[in-house]
Design a protein around this ligand. Structure first.
Ligand SMILES: Cc1cc2nc3c(=O)[nH]c(=O)nc-3n(C[C@H](O)[C@H](O)[C@H](O)COP(=O)(O)OP(=O)(O)OC[C@H]3O[C@@H](n4cnc5c(N)ncnc54)[C@H](O)[C@@H]3O)c2cc1C
Length: 429
């Protein structure tokens, strides 16, 4: 039976980066992917932060299959007919110097898996890993379609379900609070229209997030739009715990968002060319024991690495960074010849050093804010009424800014509560 130094489960950003990094160091690596090709079934909003990709691959952007670089950001609040938004654009340098780019996962994940193959990893697609092969309390390989394949170490990069990590005992059982759900459509509207309506040109792109109406005013929910070359990705993110018991058909929300008068005027009657839904991790693995066991490490979504601070969704850069650190830990452990849980603990240490775990902890407090129902249900209407009042001229006798704020805001909510919520937003986001 053929054995490998390292088996990586899942050719998403975490798995392919781990396989690339270990293969590059001369190890015999097997990368197993259940899809027909890498990225085939993978779903995300569309934006990838470049910082760690640049560390792993020299010469960015090189042949990275980007759609557009994000030079324009919008944050918006909506009710069913109105939208107030803040837009920031930065043209101080070349678009390719932007912190992030928009990508399509079918192309990006395929590219990344090809990099792993070029480095020497063996990629096998349509290969679902069903179980771990364990003996003496240690992971010694995997089981796929009844075949046992052995390796000195296994990295679980299978994404949010993390079923192997639960089998290995490094992650606890699934609870509803561990996930969010995201639904997304890709709408083709043509390059010219995208450039015109979003004020972009060439490789420039836009990322926008909205709260309020698109997620039915439910806490921890929101919506996004990202511009591809010829199409836009639009989607809604919801917390299943907040949805339960309410009459919300999650799959309808993205259509409602697309049909909102503001969004309609942007994207018009574009053709929906893709619809998908996927879970997003919600958990914060502050305990390093959740990251490695004997002969086993977990990276990316499977480890719960996702940061949502209300205006940025980040999972792919954390997946790339954790895949890289898991591979580096494997390389180091190989020098010692020991893959027991104690040796692999240095994986958590690496994640500390690069700042990933500190970032996760820093944003732990934002869960409190994201579940404050006033921010999602009460304040959007208040803000929209106040802005509407600011611009309205119905005749003589228009009040000053302070009159509008008093009549629309303070008359409907307590000043103390409002300031406390603003302070909490300021502190935690
Ligand atoms: C709607 C939505 C919007 C998002 N928006 C953004 C965004 O804009 N920016 C961002 O950075 N992140 C975003 N994310 C999160 C991002 O998609 C994830 O954080 C990222 O994909 C995690 O990468 P990964 O490699 O850990 O897992 P995945 O990308 O999920 O890859 C896991 C791979 O493992 C394979 N696999 C699973 N089980 C098995 C098995 N048993 N055997 C073999 N193969 C298996 C899967 O097919 C898949 O290819 C979003 C997510 C969603 C759902």
């Amino acid at each position: 039976m053929e054995t490998f130094d390292l088996i990586v489960v899942g050719a998403g950003p975490a798995g392919s980066t781990a396989a690339y990094q270990a293969a590059r160091s001369g190890f015999k690596v097997l990368l197993l992917e259940r899809g027909k090709s890498a990225g085939e079934k993978n779903v995300f909003g569309g934006r990838i932060y470049t910082h760690f990709l640049k560390k792993v691959f020299n010469g960015f952007p090189g042949d990275v299959p980007y759609e557009r670089f994000v030079v324009r950001e919008t944050v918006g609040i909506m009710d069913d007919k109105r939208c107030a938004s803040f837009t920031f654009s930065d043209h101080s340098s070349e678009p390719s110097a932007a912190d992030s780019f928009v990508a399509r996962r079918s192309r990006f994940d395929k590219w990344l898996s090809e990099k792993a193959e070029e480095a020497g990893a063996v990629l096998v697609t349509s290969a679902r890993v069903d179980d771990l092969y364990m003996s003496d309390g240690r992971v010694r390989g995997i089981v796929s379609a009844g075949d046992r394949i052995e390796a000195r170490c296994v990295i679980d990069a299978e994404g949010v379900t993390a079923s192997l990590s639960r089998k290995a005992g490094v992650r606890s059982d699934v609870t509803p609070g561990q996930f969010k759900i995201g639904v997304k459509e890709t709408v083709e509207i043509g390059r010219e229209r995208i450039d015109d309506i979003f004020a972009l040109r060439d490789d420039e792109g836009l990322a926008s997030v909205y709260i309020g109406y698109p997620s039915r005013y439910l806490p921890a929910g929101g919506a996004f739009i990202y511009t591809n070359r010829e199409s836009v990705s639009i989607g809604v993110v919801l917390d299943p715990v907040e949805v339960s018991g309410k009459r919300v058909e999650v799959q309808e929300l993205v259509e409602e968002f697309r049909l909102h008068p503001h969004i309609q005027r942007l994207i018009g009657r574009g053709k929906v060319i893709e619809y998908s839904a996927h879970m997003i991790p919600n958990s914060v693995p502050s305990n390093p024991q959740n990251l490695a066991g004997s002969g086993f490490m977990v990276a990316g979504d499977a480890a719960g690495f996702f940061i949502n601070n209300g205006y940025t969704y980040r999972g792919v850069d954390l997946a790339i960074a954790s895949g890289y650190c898991a591979a580096e830990t494997f390389v180091e452990a190989s020098k010692e010849g020991s893959f027991d849980a104690q040796s692999l603990r240095s994986y958590a240490q690496r994640l500390e050093e690069i700042g990933l775990l500190p970032d996760m902890r820093r944003f732990e407090g934002n869960q409190k804010v994201l579940h404050n129902s006033r921010i999602f249900s009460e304040y959007p209407g208040l803000v929209l009424d106040m802005i509407s009042g600011l611009f309205a001229v119905k005749g003589f006798g228009k009040g000053k800014l302070s009159d509008t704020v008093k009549s629309t805001v303070y008359s409907r909510t307590s000043k103390f509560r409002l300031f406390r919520d603003i302070y909490s937003l300021y502190r935690n986001m």
